[in-house]
Design a protein around this ligand. Structure first.
Ligand code: UDP
Ligand code: MG
Length: 326
């Protein structure tokens, strides 16, 4: 019988662990789908891990992975997929904003032969105006420079075992799960779902973390910001040619003392564009530095009972090393 793995990254979700289990269990048991749930505790500061242990004690198909600190949702998804043993896996939010009923439709599509089922949002749920505008801008930029149209896509996806293996073999540490499945290709299909309201707790995103997330993801999929620097340079060159000729004419005419404002403006303009350019290059450099260090994307401090990686020898060496450290 085919098995489905449900991966639930959880960060400070103590109130949601049990509810998530109940809801997923209800739906999947009623439809006699064999499944396992993998909770990944992403360094929560509340009792999330204790709750996970509690549920996993009662139910053998509930597994738990505990991070040594907060490594972020991307890392939690990766760990979940690493520990998943199903023939396919669904990644969804622990706060149940992704409706569990959609899992059934995803599963049906997988049975029909689709290897990736992308959950796309019909609406984005309740959001304030600033979030709406900024996310629109982010996805527009991303679409322009990468060609991936992912504005409605989310982390709610079903992946076939083959896709999971390929994903785990990707050597990069910092990934953007939402877009990486587009890059991977395979036989994929989209499925629409309505984002639910959060039952309890609050969103873990602050404005600052969203800006960081946006910039991180744009730079991990494209080098366009670096090319923009070249364009700024060319524009500056043209401007300086014009101003240069003007100043020469002024000099010849004997007005060379004037134009002090222009000098200040130019200094400011060139100074700031240089700094921004350096910043962008620095950002890419820091990404290279991070990857070159080769540190794992997460560290597992302990796991719940019956939790072990799927076919250990098949997955990447990096992950193998964590397991030997547990
Ligand atoms: N999450 C995580 N690590 C983090 C932040 C969030 O594992 O550092 C999990 C969180 O527990 C939830 C999911 O990622 O299951 C989505 O988080 P949240 O609901 O805060 O995001 P939103 O729904 O507002 O986009
Ligand atoms: Mg949420």
């Amino acid at each position: 019988m085919k098995k489905l793995s449900i991966i639930l990254p959880a960060y400070n979700e103590e109130g949601m662990v049990n509810r998530a289990f109940e809801q997923v269990n209800n739906i999947l048991s009623n439809n006699s789908i064999s499944f396992e749930i993998i909770f990944v505790n992403d360094g929560s500061t509340d009792d999330t891990w204790l709750e996970i242990l509690e549920v996993s004690k009662e139910h053998r198909n509930v597994k738990g992975v505990n991070f040594s600190r907060n490594f972020g949702k991307e890392a939690a998804i990766r760990a979940g997929l690493y520990y998943a043993s199903g023939d396919c896996a669904v990644v969804m939010d622990c706060d149940m904003q992704h409706p569990p009923e959609t899992i059934l439709e995803m599963y049906d599509l997988w049975v029909q032969g689709y290897q990736i089922v992308e959950g796309v949002k019909i609406s984005r749920g309740k959001e304030n105006i600033i979030n709406k505008i900024s996310s629109k801008l982010f996805y527009q930029v991303l679409k322009k420079i990468t060609g991936f149209k992912i504005d409605r896509s989310s982390d709610f996806k079903l992946l076939d075992r083959q896709v999971i293996e390929e994903y785990l073999h990707l050597p990069e540490k910092k990934m953007f799960f939402r877009a990486i499945t587009f890059w991977m290709g395979f036989n994929s299909i989209e499925i629409e779902y309505e984002v639910r309201e959060r039952e309890i707790g609050t969103s873990k995103w602050s404005m600052m973390s969203l800006i960081k997330y946006a910039f991180n993801n744009i730079t991990s999929f494209s080098t366009a910001p670096m090319q923009i620097i070249t364009i700024i340079g060319v524009v500056n060159l043209i401007l300086s040619l014009v101003l240069g000729i003007q100043s020469l004419i002024n000099y010849i005419k004997g007005y060379s003392l004037e134009g002090f404002t222009t000098v200040i403006l130019l200094l400011l303009l060139i100074g700031s564009s240089l700094m921004i350019s350096l910043g962008i290059i620095g950002f890419y450099l820091s990404k290279i530095y991070e990857e070159v260090k080769g540190r794992p994307s997460y560290i597992v401090s302990n796991v719940a009972a019956y939790t072990k990686p799927h076919e250990k020898d098949k997955v990447s060496k990096e992950n193998e090393e964590y397991f030997s450290n547990i």
